[in-house]
Design a protein around this ligand. Structure first.
Ligand SMILES: [Zn+2]
Length: 317
């Protein structure tokens, strides 16, 4: 057992991957290795795993929902252990029930006998997304002025000031472009290379600022969820989205993150633009294999179906 644990730890640290399933396996392995003399089976409850691996904003979530599905954990463990003759580990699990009976997880040696092994299950073709809790995503200093606690009511004073400054800003930006183009067209003499470069740079700068600052706020009205521009979230945040929703007859805009555990490899799935390989504006892409493990995204059911390239047949072992 000790040898198998050490080999698993070596594999996990040599091939680091991003995702909850990976963090949990590493945590369980390290905890077991810290007690080499113990003969007792070391079991973990979901809340132990959350306390050991969750980040500060996740600590308040429900441990049951935070821990990935057992099929995903088992798959991650299988992928982490190369085919070899040495002893392999498997993940033991007893599901919880009502009346305070909690789910238990533990690492154990895989039986040599094929009949006793945990049956292999093909990865699920659907994925379940999570929406981050209110205020869990840190906003940048500039965005904090209007997205208080990560959200704003569109028709509040704060929301209206922001939306009107956005409209004024975009009108000003178009006017500025028109003035610059007009000024360029009024220059005397033949068209020079310098003039062309100035024109090209002006247009490129205009399009860049327009896409980065203005487009997401116009698109979120129709699309409900769009990728948040980089300047809205704090530097430490990775990928996050802007979501517009209706609550108590008011429209709200908030900064959220939709994520999921990849059923194929156990890494994290984030929403990313569907282009160039998909028609959908937003798809769920696995951070470790963004063009192979791809899922659709449904904001209302928080579910998605596999839309990536055909998967290779799983080899029988
Ligand atoms: Zn994946």
């Amino acid at each position: 057992m000790f040898e198998a644990l050490q080999r698993l730890k070596h594999q996990l640290t040599e091939n680091p991957s991003r995702g909850r399933a990976y963090e949990i396996l590493l945590f369980m392995t390290n905890s077991c290795l810290d007690r080499p003399d113990s003969q007792e089976k070391l079991t973990f409850e979901a809340r132990n795993l959350l306390a050991g691996c969750g980040n500060a904003t996740e600590k308040d979530s429900d441990p049951k929902d935070w821990v990935p599905k057992i099929a995903i954990l088992r798959r991650t463990l299988k992928l982490a252990q190369p085919e070899s003759d040495g002893p392999r580990l498997q993940l033991g699990y007893t599901p919880g029930g009502g009346r305070g009976v909690v789910s238990l997880y533990w690492l154990e040696l895989e039986p040599q006998n094929d009949g006793e092994k945990t049956p292999e299950i093909a990865p699920s073709s659907t994925v379940a997304y999570r929406r981050s809790a209110k205020g869990a995503i840190k906003t940048s200093l500039a965005a904090r002025l209007f997205l208080k606690g990560g959200e704003m009511r569109n028709l509040s004073f704060r929301g209206l000031s922001f939306l009107s400054s956005l409209l004024l800003g975009s009108a000003f930006w178009i006017l500025l472009l028109a003035i610059m183009l007009f000024a360029l067209s009024q220059r005397d003499g033949p068209l020079t290379m310098g003039g062309l470069i100035t024109l090209g740079l002006t247009l490129a700068g205009f399009v860049f600022i327009w896409r980065e600052i203005y487009t997401p706020w116009f698109r979120v009205v129709d699309d409900c969820v769009v990728k948040a521009p980089d300047w809205v979230s704090a530097f430490s945040e990775t990928s996050c989205e802007l979501e517009m929703f209706r609550h108590d007859n008011y429209r709200w805009t908030r900064l959220v993150r939709f994520s999921a555990d990849c059923p194929v490899c156990g890494s994290t799935i984030e929403l990313q633009p569907g282009k160039p390989d998909h028609q959908l504006p937003l798809v769920g892409r696995c951070v470790e294999s963004p063009h192979a493990h791809v899922y659709s995204f449904d904001r209302m059911t928080l579910r998605g179906a596999y839309i990536g390239p055909p998967m290779p047949e799983e080899r029988d072992q």
